[in-house]
Design a protein around this ligand. Structure first.
Ligand code: S3P
Length: 170
């Protein structure tokens, strides 16, 4: 039986878009962990953050991750999922993690105003302030993301090449 593929990486790195394409190309089901969490708590992520706070969000996110161990699926995680509790070790033990790596500048250019509003973790920053925030946060999070078994320079790796690699490696 195959193991799940977990897509990890910073907000705006294309985890959901690429995860869907990969799932289709590999003929596997696709799961978006953020969506599973939203269904479980019955409200949007910004509403959950403002009502219950980030610490509570991280606890639920971790339990949703560990309850969503569907063999064969391509699972896109939230940008912070691998960086709390033992989540990243759990991910690499239970599946194959693929990290879509970007520079802070590339993420900054990919995150537009509506993306910022949907993501409370970005704290409403815009312009240079957003770039500074991404640079700092990515430095904190990279050690977790880099535990992934497969690291993809997403900008320069065509989907067909990535799919071929995963067909052989996973
Ligand atoms: C978060 C990323 C979001 C979502 C939440 C917190 C983060 O997911 O889980 O807003 O801390 O990086 P995406 O990476 O899918 O935007």
């Amino acid at each position: 039986m195959s193991k799940p593929i977990f897509i990890v990486g910073f907000m705006g790195s294309g985890k959901t878009t690429w995860g869907k394409k990969l799932a289709k190309a590999l003929d596997r089901p696709f799961i978006d962990l953020d969506e599973v969490l939203v269904q479980r708590v019955g409200m949007t992520i910004p509403d959950f953050f403002s009502l219950h706070g980030e610490a509570e969000f991280r606890k639920i996110e971790s339990s949703v991750l560990k309850a969503t161990n569907m063999p064969n699926a391509v699972i896109s995680t939230g940008g912070g999922t691998p960086c709390y509790f033992d989540n990243m070790d759990w991910i690499t033990q239970h599946g194959t993690a693929v990290y879509f790596e970007h520079t802070p500048k590339s993420l900054w250019m990919r995150l537009n105003a509506s993306d910022v509003n949907k993501r409370p973790a970005l704290k409403g920053f815009t312009g240079e302030e957003l770039l500074d925030f991404i640079t700092e946060k990515l430095a904190d999070r990279s050690p977790f993301y880099e535990k992934a078994q497969i690291i993809i320079d997403q900008i320069n790796t065509p989907i067909a090449e990535l799919t071929e690699r995963l067909k052989h490696d996973v």
